[in-house]
Design a protein around this ligand. Structure first.
Ligand code: PBG
Length: 336
């Protein structure tokens, strides 16, 4: 290594074109996935109070219009979350042929065909009266989410989503073996080409709170700590990712993103040959939004900086409520 004055790192920062020339990380709208909340039995869009500028959409022309606008911004990927007409203990509305997600998937694929990749979140929490990501049983007088009973329901939900036309199903329950159960039922029914994007390292995070308002999916009792990961653990993420890959996951995920950049880096370094998604979650969105609304932060620069950090840490794809904004801002040029 040569030293100053021969080596002057500032030479590489001297103007924007030189900085752009050597930038290690780039953001593109092609690597962004837009989450959309779809609610049954409404006619118009509804703003989500804890997520300003994010709306719930009815599965009709209002949804088509929003996806068309997003498409015009350059967004080709959406992940759908359902808010069903009814809930019960066993999430029947999640695998109903005429369920809200099945209808939304159908009309989107009919309208956009191969111009749009439709991803469906596969879980039960929005569809169960208890709000848990599986089937609840009594275990010595205590309510417990039964893993293997839950797998049967998750497989059914995934199959009904694939039948509705989903390109990618995304299991988010953190049940052991869920990826394998889904791969098996999809393959047995002729859906060998339906991809699985697994929420592999999903932490028990308070940053999902606005989402639970948005989807009315707060657990009615207890919490999700017996299945989602402990925020104190890093290496355990490698075990989860490894299992998902062995079970057939095509794309792996770390969630949340901004608060778990170390996990993104760890997973990417250990599984460099797997596409890695990172979910910039609702609470991470709302924190920036709240600061921006108050005039405490420049929203555009903050979002572009954080999104760049998520990619720099090793994520190939970002699921983000800011997808449309980022796509528009990228056209204006980066602030770096
Ligand atoms: C489960 C699911 C959740 C999120 C995505 N999928 C909620 C949870 O685990 O409580 C949260 C996403 C976010 O906070 O933006 N269906």
């Amino acid at each position: 290594m040569t030293n100053f004055p021969v080596t002057r790192p500032r030479r590489l920062r001297k103007n924007k074109l030189i900085r752009d020339l050597i930038a290690e990380t780039s953001l593109s709208e092609k690597n962004l996935i837009l989450p959309i909340f779809i609610k049954d039995n409404i006619n118009d869009i509804e703003e989500i109070p804890s997520m300003p500028s994010v709306y719930r959409y009815p599965p009709n022309d209002k949804l088509i219009k929003y996806v068309e606008e997003s498409y015009d911004n350059g967004i080709n990927y959406v992940i759908l979350f359902g808010i069903p007409a009814y809930k019960n203990d066993i999430a029947t509305s999640a695998y109903d042929k005429n369920g809200v997600i099945q209808r939304a998937t159908k009309i989107l694929k009919e309208t956009f065909d191969d111009r749009l990749i439709v991803i469906t979140d596969e879980c039960t929490d929005e569809y169960t009266s208890h709000g848990h990501c599986g089937i609840v049983v009594q275990n010595n007088g205590e309510a417990y989410v039964d893993n293997d009973e839950s797998l049967k329901i998750h497989a059914k939900i995934a199959l009904s989503q694939a039948e509705a036309g989903a390109d990618i199903v995304a299991p988010s329950s953190m049940m052991d073996g869920v990826v394998g159960a889904i791969r098996k039922i999809l393959d047995e029914n002729g859906f060998q080409n339906t991809l699985i994007m697994s929420y592999s390292a999903k932490y028990a995070s308070t940053f999902y709170s606005p989402f639970r308002d948005a989807a009315y999916s707060k657990p009615a009792f207890g919490d999700r700590k017996s299945y989602q990961m402990d925020p104190r653990n890093a290496y355990e993420a490698l075990k989860e990712v490894n299992l998902d890959i062995e079970e057939g996951a095509d794309i792996i995920m770390v969630k949340p993103a901004h608060t778990y950049l170390d996990i993104i880096r760890l997973v990417k370094d250990n599984f460099p040959d797997y596409p890695l998604a990172a979910y910039h979650v609702s609470g991470e969105y709302s924190m920036i939004k709240a600061a921006a609304i108050n005039g405490w932060i420049n929203e555009k620069i903050a979002v572009l900086e954080i999104s760049t950090a998520i990619k720099r840490a090793g994520a190939n794809l970002i699921i983000t409520y800011y997808a449309n904004d980022i796509a528009k801002w990228l056209k204006e040029g980066l602030p770096f």
